[in-house]
Design a protein around this ligand. Structure first.
Ligand code: AMP
Ligand code: MG
Length: 355
């Protein structure tokens, strides 16, 4: 890489429930010295730097090859720290933090002057959350500073849910990976803006829209308008994407299965290799096809699908196929986040097949 001298990336195993204090202390030393540490959260692996050290935060952008206009989430280890990062606390912020933290909800709030421009992409707001993972919390505590951390992948690529995924994207570009095993939620946090007149989901994620509505009443879901893509750049239409071209099929189970069958057979006739990303319930109907078949979970278990989604996409990306054909899993609970990620992985190539 011309943009960064290669360094040795160490991997330290840590017990996800009772992280070894020495491994955490070593990681915290690197953070305090301005270095980069990848660590597990309950959603995906994050690539952390001291959030109040502008130089350290800039290194995140270099390591990920991430454009500087894409702001980072600041991770904290208690609700009280939120007040130190916020200019003016929106009315619902404290209540949401007390209800959902630690957990996969990121709150976008007016930013305090001490938060560096590098973190907020120069904008007037900052995104903050308290992760529900013992390793992440221990690291923030030991570093004695908030930690800015986007997902620990190359920009635009699939977020990592295992230490080996971090290594395959960022080896030689970061100092250390704390390996706490696979992450339990598997998709990124829900990003909720509290600066809009109505609380607005900028990115669906680990906290469901239903759970937010139960507490807040009306919650808006940001549409893909260009202005909102600028508000929350993680919502660019192509993101979380495998290198293999992908298409997403939406519709009734029967219509989706018929469309997948036809598309797989046509591709086969053209001499193309395809992979199908389906639900467990689809497997009996599709297993005879000349295609790589992978099911991250059941239609009745959106949490399970979310947990295995990114590892499944990475496996299909390595399967040597010309095209990935995926099915939609609906919108209930975490399925909304799964739909969002699959739509972006497909770069917006979505086919409606009737319902
Ligand atoms: P990542 O953790 O890699 O998914 O990246 C963090 C994502 O959080 C960004 O891509 C944005 O979508 C979102 N985000 C971070 N800060 C802000 C902010 N101040 N306003 C809106 N969205 C934000
Ligand atoms: Mg990301």
């Amino acid at each position: 890489m011309s943009d960064r001298p290669a360094k040795r990336t160490r991997v330290l195993p840590v017990d996800p429930r009772h992280p070894d204090p020495e491994a955490v202390a070593e990681a915290a030393r690197i953070i305090r010295a301005g270095g980069l540490v990848a660590f597990p959260t309950e959603t995906v692996y994050g690539l952390g730097a001291n959030a109040l050290d502008a130089g350290a935060v800039r290194r995140i952008f270099v390591a990920k090859a991430r454009p500087a206009d894409d702001p980072l989430i600041v991770h904290i280890d208690d609700v009280e720290t939120l007040a130190r990062l916020v200019a003016e606390m929106p009315p619902q912020a404290e209540m949401l933090a007390r209800h959902f933290w630690p957990g996969p909800l990121t709150l976008v709030v007016p930013r305090a002057p001490r938060v560096p421009d590098e973190v907020t992409a120069g904008g007037p707001t900052v995104a903050v959350r308290m992760p529900a993972h013992p390793v992440a919390l221990a690291l923030i505590r030991a570093a004695a500073s908030p930690i800015a951390a986007p997902s620990a992948n190359r920009f635009g690529h699939i977020s990592p849910t295992r230490a080996e995924d971090v290594l395959s994207d960022l080896a030689g570009r970061i100092d250390l990976i704390l390996d706490g095993g696979p992450t339990p939620v598997g998709v990124e946090s829900t990003v909720l803006s509290l600066v809009a007149p109505v609380p607005t989901i900028l990115r669906p994620g680990g906290v469901s829209r239903e759970a937010l509505e139960a507490l807040l009443g009306e919650v808006r879901l940001a549409q893909q308008a260009a202005d909102e893509a600028a508000l929350s750049p993680g919502t660019r239409p192509s993101h979380y994407a495998p290198r293999t071209p992908m298409r997403l099929y939406r519709g009734s189970d029967a219509a989706v299965r018929a469309a997948l069958r036809q598309a797989a057979l046509e591709a086969h006739r053209r001499g193309e290799k395809v992979a199908l990303l389906v639900a467990e319930e689809d497997v009996p109907a599709l297993r005879d096809l000349p295609a790589v078949l992978r099911a991250p979970g059941s239609l009745h278990d959106p949490e399970g699908v979310a947990r295995r989604l990114f590892a499944t996409l990475r496996a299909l990306d390595r399967a040597g196929v010309d095209r990935i054909l995926a099915r939609d899993f609906g919108t209930r609970g975490l399925a909304l986040a799964v739909r969002d990620r699959l739509t972006r992985a497909a770069g917006g190539d979505v086919v409606e097949v009737g319902s």
